[in-house]
Design a binder for this molecule. Structure first.
Ligand code: FAD
Length: 307
């Protein structure tokens, strides 16, 4: 119930203004967001790389309402890739993008988003790295997977995300388990109706394991996007069972969540990639992180009261 309320709030402009303007919000946001500028993000990348972590950089933004904003998203991603180039990390530093930030919801949006994201994917390939297409609400999955198929024709390293909570994801996992295919498997962060998604935590976890088995058994590069210790352990068991080398799969976790575990896994030889969000448009991302964990809401409310 709390989760649904927070996810609904992430779409309410009035509340957005109040939360963003509140002076205490900043302290909590800083836990999950690397900063507002590219320089802030690059400083975080530098520190994470020094700890042996790979990164995927996310310029925050979603649901743009006109083409000019979508063009600004493209340009921000191109600047991010330029910034990452200076570290010379190759595939250890990639970017993640949301097609809704590239105009996917505008009239003719599928083509707009594809046209604007293509130069980002090309620039990443030129640097020897990749782009992963984040997955948003279930209504956008067909468009995002169609964009992925198009981009992968010339840039086969382009990554996708599957949300275990969606009923369709097992079939999508099977379809995407092909050589070179990079698939991040997550539980799913959006409020989806019971007609398309599992709603109970234990059903989502069971669906996650079914998708995980398919991806780990296949010839692609599975990316385990989860902080759940049971699922990360299951991924390690399956990797051993399928004799996967450490560079043929990876664990991905969000910036600021279980950071000690990220470093511990990396030190023990697992490829770990931190998802590093930055930028001024952090509201939607922040509200989804609150919705994932009641303790975050308590922490946030305490900050408001103790400012
Ligand atoms: P949970 O059972 O939710 O959490 C397990 C444990 O992790 C918790 O007990 C807690 O210790 C810790 N934890 C989890 N979340 C939080 C939090 N917010 N704050 C503090 N601690 C926390 N979802 C999408 O729908 N589309 C995407 O493209 C997408 N990309 C992602 C990329 C990465 C790298 C990751 C890690 C997640 C992504 N997600 C995405 C979010 C995902 O769908 C889940 O909502 C989120 O990861 C929480 O699920 P969990 O698997 O970590 O398990």
């Amino acid at each position: 119930m709390l989760q649904q309320t927070l996810l609904a709030a992430s779409r309410r402009p009035g509340l957005r203004r109040a939360v963003v303007a509140h002076p205490a919000t900043r302290r909590v946001v800083d836990r999950f967001v690397a900063g507002e500028t590219l320089d802030d993000a690059l400083a975080a990348v530098h520190a994470l790389a020094a700890d042996g972590l790979a990164v995927t950089l996310d310029h925050l933004g979603e649901d743009v309402t006109d083409r000019a904003e979508a063009v600004r998203s493209r340009d921000a991603c191109l600047r991010a890739l330029d910034g990452l180039a200076s570290f010379g990390l190759g595939p250890a530093a990639e970017v993640s993008v949301k097609l809704s930030a590239f105009g996917q919801a505008l009239p003719g949006g599928h083509d707009v988003a594809l046209e604007l994201v293509r130069p980002v994917v090309e620039a990443a390939s030129a640097l020897g790295t990749t782009v992963t297409l984040d997955m948003e609400e279930s209504a956008t999955v067909d468009s995002t997977l169609a964009a992925l198929a198009d981009l992968r024709r010339q840039h086969p390293g382009t990554g996708a995300v599957l949300q275990a909570m969606l009923f369709r994801s097992e079939a999508d996992a099977e379809a995407l388990a092909s050589p070179g295919s990079r698939v991040r498997l997550v539980k799913g962060a959006y409020d989806e109706p019971a007609t398309v998604a599992h709603r109970r935590r234990k059903d989502v976890d069971a669906a996650y394991v079914r998708c995980l088995r398919l991806l780990m058994a296949g010839p692609g590069h599975p990316m385990i996007g989860s902080h759940d210790p049971a699922l990360v352990a299951r991924a390690h068991e399956l990797a051993a069972q399928h004799s996967r080398s450490a560079d043929s799969w990876e664990v991905q976790m969000l910036y600021g969540i279980r950071p000690e575990e990220q470093r511990r896994l990396a030190a023990a030889g697992t490829t770990v990639r931190a998802y590093v969000p930055y930028g001024a448009d952090w509201y939607g991302y922040f509200m989804r992180r609150l919705a994932e964990r009641p303790a975050n809401v308590a922490f946030f409310l305490r900050s408001l009261l103790t400012r």
